[in-house]
Design a protein around this ligand. Structure first.
Ligand code: LLP
Length: 443
């Protein structure tokens, strides 16, 4: 069965009677008028269709624990949706912890990840009683045990390992290969376990965690990752007589940004994961464990689009035609960072013939601020509404104030209704954290 991550467009996207693109029953040109641009738009139906696909695909394995990877896109409203969908949250910073807590999320259903969690962040995690902390390195083991003993608490942990699995994705978003900044490599794992057993009495080791990368289109890497984790669990059982009963296999399922992308469905990946767990539980004679999965991009990516307004344009003599829009690398860093490609439409004339080869340029003072290179679109005029698909994941969450451009607003659309979930930043907010020291005032 196909799942929404295999589509380029949100599941509710259609062309309405006015001939404009509509998502969640809302005309994008009307949203542009109402809220201004750039604007992130999230289709609630697509988000929920993905969370439900995950639940359905894994229903034959009741010990599955779905944790939405908040780094892909997190706001208080997304926390609410995940709560309603029965998902937990994977958190990776004090800011994400704070957001979840403020949204009233049940912190027992959260996990804390990261390769350099600070004392303050770990303390916050312990104070808020985050369900599980995935410990990445020796320094963190020591810090966390200190905190837990000060608080006279026992903290449940997983150990993040580097499974040595290579997957075919952009180098910057590959994480499971041996030369990685994340996790214990397998040669140092026992040293960590010895410390937990002999010294770090306030830490309770419940399992192992790995994450192999992001925007993955292959099944086999998950099968292999699980085999590596089970092999370690079996080895630990034999050596220490401890049977770890939780594993976390990370996130990573890919989505379809352009026609070239061929992501697999949630059902296919679920089957591979379940097969690997069942096979390796039997082979190593281990009770099937609780299994955490942390999808981010595949849950939120396809649901989100960004709309912009077309502004100036430039024809290079005998060269490219550049069409500028009112956003750019500050609201979508992915093209300049990863050469990421997107599917683009003109939302007020999606059915017009695509006769022009153009390059969509952002408004930032930087030549590399190009959002889409050499794509074909209908002839664009100033004021047209340009829609970039699949910006839901790692768009807003990686946005910046470069050139002191304001962060855009985000709306959630559903059944013809649109609601703000993030207000557009204001100039007052932009300068709120600026400070002028006295001595500069008096100079
Ligand atoms: N779990 C861990 C431990 C992770 O590091 C990540 C992503 C995830 C889960 C979620 O992975 P997903 O299902 O979203 O692929 N900024 C990059 C992606 C970086 C991913 C980092 N870790 C991009 O825009 O492509």
């Amino acid at each position: 069965m196909k799942t929404a991550n295999q589509e380029i467009m949100p599941i509710t996207r259609k062309i309405n009677e006015a001939g404009n693109v509509e998502i969640g029953g809302c005309d994008l040109t009307e949203l542009a008028n109402k809220y201004g641009t750039p604007l992130y738009i999230f289709d609630e139906a697509t988000i929920r269709s993905m969370t439900r696909s995950y639940k359905d695909a894994f229903k034959s394995y009741p010990k599955m624990r779905m944790m939405y990877a908040s780094k892909a896109f997190m706001t208080a409203s997304i926390c609410k949706i995940m709560e309603q969908e029965g998902f937990g949250l994977d958190l990776c910073s004090g800011g994400e912890i704070y957001t979840a807590k403020s949204a009233g999320f049940d912190m027992k259903k959260t996990l804390f990840n990261g390769n350099n969690k600070s004392y303050k962040e770990l303390k916050m995690a312990a104070d808020y009683e985050i369900g599980t902390i995935s410990v990445d390195n020796f320094y963190e083991l020591m810090l966390l045990n200190d905190i837990a003993s000060e608080l006279k608490k026992e903290v449940k942990i997983l150990l993040r390992i580097t499974p040595g699995i290579e997957c075919h994705t952009h180098e910057y978003i590959q994480t499971g290969h041996l030369d990685s900044k994340f996790g214990f490599d397998l040669t140092t794992l026992d040293e960590a376990i010895d410390l937990i057993i002999n010294e770090y009495k306030n830490l309770k080791l419940s399992g192992l965690h790995a994450h192999i990368g992001s925007q993955i289109f292959e099944k086999q890497v998950y099968y292999d990752e699980i085999r590596v984790i089970f092999k370690e669990i079996k080895r630990i059982k034999d050596k220490y007589n401890i049977e770890l009963n939780e594993i976390n296999i990370g996130g990573g399922l890919g989505i379809k940004y352009t026609e070239e992308d061929k992501p697999i469905s949630v059902y296919e990946i679920a089957q591979t994961i379940i097969d690997s767990i069942e096979k390796h539980s039997k082979e190593y004679n281990i009770e099937p464990p609780y299994v955490y999965i942390e999808p981010g991009r595949s849950i939120i990516g396809t649901s989100g689009v960004t709309i912009y307004t077309a502004g100036s344009s430039k024809q290079v003599p005998n060269g490219r035609r550049y069409q500028a829009i009112d956003g750019g690398m500050s609201d979508n860093a992915r093209p300049s960072l990863y050469q990421a490609k997107y599917t683009v439409e003109v939302a007020n004339k999606p059915e017009e013939k695509e006769t022009e080869m153009i390059t969509i340029a952002g408004k930032h003072c930087e030549s590399g601020d190009i959002l889409a290179k050499d794509i074909t679109l209908p002839v664009i005029e100033e004021g047209d509404v340009i829609c970039f698909y699949d910006t839901g994941a790692y768009g807003y969450s990686m946005s910046s104030n470069y050139n002191r451009v304001l962060r855009p607003a985000a709306v959630l659309v559903n059944n013809g209704k649109s609601d703000i979930i993030i207000n557009r930043q204001t100039y007052e907010e932009l300068i709120q954290t600026d400070v002028i020291p006295e001595r500069l005032m008096n100079a």
